[in-house]
Write a protein that binds this ligand. Structure first.
Ligand code: PLP
Length: 429
């Protein structure tokens, strides 16, 4: 009894309710009955599936489920387990980009020699997630060789192939070696989509590794009408999506597929005596410890399996479509109020918007929007987050909590309008 009371008095008051239907901050982090059941079973079994022999079902299920999901996304067959590729569940997208970069780095170090590390260059747009920068730091890419390529509103914040081509040409001219591009489908700030097909041609011409970070938007690509956002993925070496964001799978479950699993294994495998066993030595099985940074790993495929089995493709597609429909509704409502403007085109279920700057004074506009965010969140009725696009402070409403309905979207808009009125004075729209 005292524990229950402690949870209520000491824990819950400090919890941010990510599962609330009025939670619109960052990106969603879905929970579901199926995901929860999978988590429970995983917690109960509590296996540590580092190698096949340490719990065969854990490895076998992961291979099967990731092939299913790859097929749902219509990924090229090179990413499936039957050939030289395959999928692996990482804890986070940050680990996914890191292991991909390590594999890309080591491939080039084998070719150009170990001393060539200071010459390797990694590229991403200025909209790429900060995990890319962290991956560069950890993998020893020289800080001056982590290229952050500029984007702007004229391109809807997507990476321009000509900017990439120019940057590579400049680097090659001075003897540097282009190594890695992380392209994003659904950037964190505004869900911009980098053009994979054109970027992929460039990385191929330069024998670089192309990683696709679709951490958020990958889920939407199970719907035929959104699949085109990953057209060109056939040019990629690795593809990542967070099932723990917008796919009803409880945190953590970040899926990484690679075309050349040996590239990962060559970078990450170890073979200590105490782990040796017949199956591994016979090269008959997958040992996921060699596809990731830690040794130990949870039975995460259970929750993804439950989600796929209990909901099925059609329900998952409807789930995504419903959030996108709700996001459109929010966009329409906020656009009807002339005090607001849309700050970047909506592609999936994130709306970037702001109060217009008074007299076009952007400093004042930034302060105003910051105050609005703080006032809205202080109500405790909804929770939203922000970003900065082209120097402008922008509010983000990410629709994607499993319980969000039209009425919650309408509440969100109402709270924003009321707080805007309180800040600006007057009667509102
Ligand atoms: N990539 C993108 C596009 C993201 O939006 C995020 C997080 O929101 C990440 C990577 C990092 O995700 P994780 O927390 O799984 O490392």
């Amino acid at each position: 009894m005292f524990l229950k009371a402690n949870v209520q008095t000491k824990i819950l008051p400090g919890v941010t309710h990510w599962q609330s239907p009025e939670y619109f901050a960052y990106f969603p982090s879905n929970s579901s009955t199926a995901g929860f059941l999978g988590e429970m079973l995983s917690a109960g079994l509590n296996i540590v599936g580092f190698s096949w022999v340490s719990s065969p079902s854990a490895t076998e299920l992961e291979v099967i489920v990731l092939d299913w999901l790859a097929k749902m996304l219509k990924l090229p067959s090179a990413f499936l387990s039957q050939g030289e590729g395959g999928g692996v569940i990482q804890g986070t997208a940050s680990e996914a980009v890191l292991v991909a970069l390590l594999a890309a780095r080591d491939k080039l170090l084998r070719r150009f020699g170990k001393n060539s590390l200071p010459r390797l260059v990694a590229y991403a747009s200025d909209q790429a997630h900060a995990s890319m920068q962290k991956a560069c730091q950890i993998s020893g890419i020289h800080p001056e060789n982590c290229r952050v390529l500029q984007t702007d509103s004229s391109n809807n914040y997507s990476l321009s192939p000509s900017i990439l081509r120019e940057a590579i040409a400049k680097d090659v001219e001075v003897g540097l070696i282009p190594c890695f591009l992380s392209a994003t489908v659904g950037t964190t700030s505004s869900t911009a989509v980098d053009p994979l097909f054109e970027l992929g041609k460039i990385t191929k011409d330069n024998e670089m590794w192309l990683h696709v970070d679709a951490a958020y938007a990958g889920s939407a690509c199970i719907c035929p009408e959104y699949r085109h956002y990953i057209d060109g993925v056939e040019e990629a070496d690795s593809f990542n999506m967070n099932a723990h964001k917008w796919f009803l799978t409880n945190f953590d479950c970040s899926v990484l597929w690679v075309k050349d699993r040996n590239a990962l294994i060559q970078s990450l495998s170890t073979n200590p005596e105490y782990l040796k066993n017949k199956a591994s030595q016979g090269n008959l099985v997958v040992d996921y410890k060699d596809w990731q940074i830690p040794l130990g790993r949870r039975f995460r495929s259970l929750k993804l399996w439950m989600v796929l089995r209990l909901y099925g493709v059609e329900n998952l597609q409807s789930y995504i479509r419903n959030h996108i429909k709700l996001a459109k509704h929010f966009e329409e409502l906020v656009s009807l109020d002339q005090r607001f403007e849309i700050a970047a085109p909506r592609t999936f279920a994130l709306i970037c918007f702001r109060l217009r700057a008074p007299q076009n004074d952007e400093d004042c506009g930034n302060k105003l929007n910051k105050n609005l965010l703080e006032a809205v969140n202080a109500t405790g009725k909804i929770f939203i987050s922000h970003t900065v696009l082209s120097g402008k402070y922008v509010l983000r409403v990410a629709v994607g909590a499993p319980l969000t309905e039209e009425r919650h979207i309408e509440t969100a808009c109402k709270v924003l309008q009321e707080e805007a009125t309180a800040l600006l004075g007057g009667t509102g729209a």
